[in-house]
Design a binder for this molecule. Structure first.
Ligand SMILES: [Zn+2]
Length: 421
């Protein structure tokens, strides 16, 4: 049976390519310690990378060799959907790795090039007038003296969860997000997570997936946590966001298929656009329509000791504020492309993203550390939302929406899969 012999040989080839890919990701991780976000594969592959003293230039050659191996595998194998899935995934990952290595070697690129090459998408550009029109709408919602930023800041202070109540409020939000998710998606019984509160970080929350369906979720208490963030963080970091995504992918492709390439998550890669986009979209999947506001008013506001009579108004204002989100990408683009210095970037974030100066400085630190990664949250969200709706997962069809969403977080989708074909 020549055919099955071929298949077995090809499988062996692709398995060894996948192992070499994992080793290379680990080696790049030695040059950028943020690169490997999660690893739960064999220790031997990590050890192999630790013992490997390859220069970045030789890593680059190995990436190109591996890409050629994949190309020749395509030529000698018959069309096989499963194999194609692995080849397509590995090829795109290797391409983003090649770009990452070039950056580490000092090659310069524009913000848009970095977005495209690392994350598989670019962020739309909006001019000042676009943001100003949204701010004008906000002006009408927040009448009073002083600048719009000051008025927004004063209004927003009413919605800060007191630090001593963050844990209680967050856990109630987390339980609800879990309940909603599990009523539509069957998760492995062993899945679990641990919560930790931290300070002095560039992010507001982080999921550290550790394998075997287990996540460590850290919440940063440096900045005030506003009431709507309880559900946002719970859904984004845990259910049906990062924790569910990692757990389901691991269940399908590591536990069932033993595909080693899915035991590692390189942060600066197309995986992140899907990961952040689906985690953000997961908020509206788990809490559709008015249900988020209803749950907040009924449970979270009282637990936090906040006045729920202002909830509708706050919600309306937050919806307008979220339309300013792309200003963060535009600020990152202008800063990283050298058009803005630090001060100008902070001013832009203050003026068009309505951030306090302190928050804008924190955002600038995030941009410096994570660079074009910023687009994954909003461009990713819009791409995931469009994809789900385009395929029939509209808000009036929640079952279908969950089905498409589950498929998206259970399988190795890439940004190009979300584009209109
Ligand atoms: Zn995230």
């Amino acid at each position: 049976m020549a055919c099955s012999e071929n298949t077995e040989k090809d499988l062996k080839n692709i398995n060894s390519i996948a192992e070499e890919y994992v080793v290379l990701v680990h080696i790049i991780g030695k040059y950028d310690t943020d690169y490997v976000d999660a690893y739960f594969g064999p220790d031997s592959l990590k050890q192999k990378a630790l013992n490997d003293s390859s220069s970045l230039r030789s890593v680059k050659l190995r990436i190109l060799d591996l890409t050629k191996d994949l190309d020749s595998l395509i030529k000698i194998t018959k069309i096989d959907l499963v194999k194609n899935l692995r080849i397509k995934f590995l090829k795109q990952m290797l391409s983003s790795m090649n770009f990452k290595v070039n950056s580490l070697l000092g090659f310069k690129s524009t913000f848009d090039e970095e977005c495209k090459e690392l994350y598989g998408a670019v962020s739309p550009k909006y001019n000042d007038e676009y943001y100003q029109a949204i701010i004008n709408e906000l002006e009408l919602e927040l009448l009073g003296k002083g600048s719009i930023l000051d008025r927004y800041k004063v209004f927003k202070e009413k919605f800060i969860i007191p630090t001593e109540k963050v844990d209680t409020v967050f856990k109630v939000a987390l339980n609800e997000a879990k309940k909603q998710t599990k009523s539509f998606i069957e998760m492995p019984h062993s899945e679990d997570l641990q919560l930790e509160y931290v300070r002095d970080k560039a992010w507001s929350g982080y999921n550290w997936f550790q394998g075997d369906g287990f996540s460590l979720i850290q919440i940063n208490l440096d900045q005030p946590i506003y009431i709507e963030r309880a559900i946002d963080l719970a859904a984004h970091e845990a259910y049906p966001g990062h924790h569910a995504h990692h757990t389901l992918m691991e269940d399908t492709y590591v536990k069932d298929s033993n595909w080693v390439e899915f035991t590692i998550y390189p942060l600066f890669s197309p995986m992140s656009l899907i990961s952040e986009g689906s985690a953000n979209y997961g908020i509206e999947v788990a809490f559709p329509g008015e249900s988020k506001l209803k749950f907040e008013k009924e449970y979270l506001y009282p637990l936090a000791g906040l006045d729920s009579s202002l909830a509708e108004k706050y919600n309306k204002i937050q919806s307008l504020i979220s339309k300013l989100d792309y200003a963060g990408n535009d600020a990152a683009r202008m800063f990283l492309d050298g058009e803005f210095n630090e001060e100008q970037t902070i001013d832009y974030l203050v003026n068009y993203n309505l951030m306090t100066k302190e928050r804008a400085k924190q955002r600038l630190n995030f941009i410096k550390k994570y660079r074009a990664y910023v687009i994954n949250y909003n461009v990713g969200l819009d791409m995931v939302r469009d994809f789900v709706i385009r395929n029939g997962g509209t808000s009036d069809n929640p079952k279908k929406r969950w089905l498409i969403f589950e498929d998206l977080i259970r399988n190795p989708y890439l940004p190009s899969d979300l584009e209109v074909k």
